[in-house]
Design a protein. Structure first.
Length: 264
């Protein structure tokens, strides 16, 4: 940790003393929460996923519906000793990677998500660290990471290049064309396939592009949790969202694209 984390105010190295992290240069202090996460951002207030969305995401992911995708991401990062999960959410994927033996640092703007992620790590005993921070201002040293993982989060290309070692990997996860197609059919009268990501990095060398596709049977109790963790929750009318209440289960397509890039 001492050579990875850096102060969000002055960029000097952070070290732990008791229940806080201090920067070497100016003694800026960042208290460690009871769960283990630390707020490492200059921004005031809170943002990112709220408590309800984190709770829904946790309830769904803990059922293992996305485990094949998580294992594929961990496979892509298998040779990385230090991994930064940029936009880590509640830490499900970070903790799967950490279970393989990597030193993992997850950052997210949501304090609720980081709190849950730190609790996951503490329960698993895998040593993963989680901090509240923007992916565009990672509190991490230059060239410290072997891999950066970005799953369904904004791609901060310049910042990722900064924290990656020469030849380091950027692993991007995105929704494939048919991802959650049946869920959309259950809600909307007109349904379209997903468009590809338009923010893929241009300054990295693409190494591989893999697709993970399978179907899973989601029971009615988890359909609402799945819906709440998607962007559809913000743009769907209450009447359309209520259609899920009538379903006892739904067979759904999981379709993920995994892009692996190398820092030039």
């Amino acid at each position: 940790m001492s050579v990875i984390l850096s102060c969000p105010f002055c960029a000097s190295t952070l070290t732990r003393e008791g229940g806080s992290l201090y920067c070497a240069a100016h003694r800026h202090c960042f208290d460690i929460a009871k769960s283990g996460y630390v707020t490492l951002t200059r921004a005031a207030g809170t943002s990112g996923d709220d408590r309800e969305m984190v709770r829904a995401r946790t309830a769904f992911l803990d059922r293992g519906y996305y485990r094949p995708f998580a294992e594929a991401i961990a496979d892509a990062a298998a040779n990385a000793e230090v991994v930064i999960d940029a936009g880590c959410g509640e830490g499900y994927y970070s903790n799967v990677i950490a279970s393989r033996g990597a030193e993992v640092y997850g950052f997210d703007l949501s304090k609720h998500a980081c709190d849950k992620a730190a609790k996951r790590a503490k329960a698993a005993g895998n040593g993963a660290f989680f901090g509240v921070a923007s992916v565009f201002e990672l509190p991490a040293a230059d060239g410290c990471a072997d891999a950066v993982v970005s799953l369904f989060a904004p791609i901060a290309e310049k910042e990722f290049a900064r924290v990656l070692k020469p030849g380091g990997l950027l692993i991007v996860g995105a929704a494939g064309r048919r991802h959650l197609y049946e869920l959309k059919q259950a809600i909307y009268s007109e349904v379209y396939e997903n468009e590809g990501r338009c923010d893929l990095p241009s300054g990295f060398e693409q190494v591989t592009h893999n697709n993970v596709t399978y179907t899973f049977d989601c029971d009615g109790a988890e359909l609402k949790s799945l819906f709440l963790m998607t962007p559809y929750a913000f743009k769907t009318s209450q009447s359309d969202a209520a259609k899920l209440d009538a379903l006892s289960h739904l067979e759904i397509t999981a379709d993920f694209d995994i892009f692996v890039y190398k820092k030039k």
